[in-house]
Design a protein around this ligand. Structure first.
Ligand SMILES: Nc1nc2c(c(=O)[nH]1)N[C@H]1C(S)=C(S)[C@@H](COP(=O)(O)O)O[C@H]1N2
Ligand SMILES: [Mo]
Length: 356
């Protein structure tokens, strides 16, 4: 296969993965992809797996490695590129299937390896880009240099834009390290009161006000409701993220509609925590789009006390502060009642990317 054909295949794959990676990672890009976040995530994962299989030699047809005149595989410097790609595949796999502590480390490694790859690509462009096949006169050399710098700048600009986010994420991890007692690895179990409320299941009740009649559910009532799972990246506005967490519980929309909610009359739901202080709100459009869960398990285990036992709200693809822990009540109303962090300036519509 022609040298340039193989290069183009690599460039297209890497371009696709880097672009979708940025869309998952950079808040400004996430804002642009909005509701397509899940699709972009899917493309990134499936694309990454296919590319990974291709580069480790699953298909010599897709990317036959070049043999030089001595019969060695590829020039020496290319090995570093392959090494970084393999690191990306391995950290990506760890991020996808590993247990929580592995995933937390894999996230950081994946980010660092992606950065290394981009640095490698820029260096590769600067030193090797064959921009002209003409005999090399003064003029051609100058043009070649310009094109190299241009190509490198195109790659470098988004990376420089992403650096603050990466640093924030890394410092969020390092800064919070060790303060996650009582929570699953990777999570930081915030509370705005002194300690965590301990609410045993047999004393837990969920009240719902604002429907045609007020309701109170016990744990036994709750336990009979139909269940659903979601797999999400749990992300706090302060920068930490726990990738690929599975929550299980009851679909909020189905539950409320089944209990006679008329959202065109009363579009707003306010959620109350058993800590007596923390609240948050969602409207019907957000509930339809994000399908929140009344969640009672994380990764197949009951929620730890620090993380909202027995039931918390879980709003997929919105920042963690929407996911009220120790959920004990819901009020359904005609107008919005700003939540705890919303009163303190954070956006009500807290989809990933709504906050820089
Ligand atoms: N009751 C209550 N719920 C809360 C909070 C809180 O302080 N109190 N913090 C929120 C924020 S800012 C985040 S990031 C997540 C953290 O969830 P975790 O404890 O599972 O890590 O919970 C959210 N729900
Ligand atoms: Mo948060």
């Amino acid at each position: 296969m022609k040298f340039s054909t193989r290069h183009w295949r690599h460039a297209l794959w890497i371009g696709l993965l880097v672009l979708t990676g940025f869309a998952l990672f950079l808040s400004s890009w996430r804002r642009a992809v909005g509701p397509f976040f899940a699709a972009v995530e899917w493309i990134h994962i499936v694309g990454g797996i296919l590319y990974g299989l291709a580069i480790v030699g699953w298909s010599r047809v897709v990317f036959p490695w070049r043999r030089d005149r001595d019969g060695k595989l590829g020039p020496g410097y290319a090995r570093w590129g392959y090494l970084i790609l393999i690191m990306l595949v391995v950290s990506g796999a760890g991020l996808l299937v590993g247990p929580s502590p592995t995933r937390a480390i894999a996230t950081v490694l994946h980010g660092l390896a992606a950065l290394a790859l981009v640095v490698w690509v820029i260096w590769h462009l600067l030193t090797r880009l064959p921009v002209s096949r003409q005999p090399t006169g003064e003029w051609h050399l100058a043009r070649r240099r310009t094109l190299r710098w241009l190509a490198s700048a195109i790659v470098a600009v988004p990376v420089v834009m992403g650096l603050p986010t990466l640093l924030k994420m890394l410092s969020g991890r390092l800064f919070n390290a060790g303060s996650n007692e009582g929570a699953l690895p990777g999570f930081v179990p915030y509370t705005v009161v002194d300690g965590y409320p301990h609410i045993p299941r047999d004393r837990w009740h969920l009240w719902i006000h604002g429907l045609s009649e007020d309701l109170v559910l016990s744990w036994a009532d709750y336990a009979t409701l139909p269940r659903r799972t979601v797999v999400i990246n749990f992300r706090c506005v302060t920068g930490w993220v726990v990738p690929h967490v599975e929550f299980e519980g009851v679909d909020l929309l189905d539950f409320l509609l089944q209990r006679g909610w008329n959202p065109s009359d009363k579009p707003w739901v306010t959620f109350y925590s058993g800590d007596g202080v923390y609240t948050d709100t969602l409207n019907i459009d957000q509930i339809r789009q994000y399908r929140p869960l009344l969640a009672d398990t994380i990764d197949h285990e009951p929620l730890p006390v620090a993380q909202g036992f027995p039931v918390r709200l879980l709003v997929p693809h919105m920042y963690g502060y929407k996911s009220v822990k120790w959920l004990v009540g819901m009020h359904i109303a005609r107008t919005a009642a700003p939540g705890y962090w919303e009163q303190r300036g954070y956006p009500q519509n807290a989809f990933f990317g709504s906050y820089p």
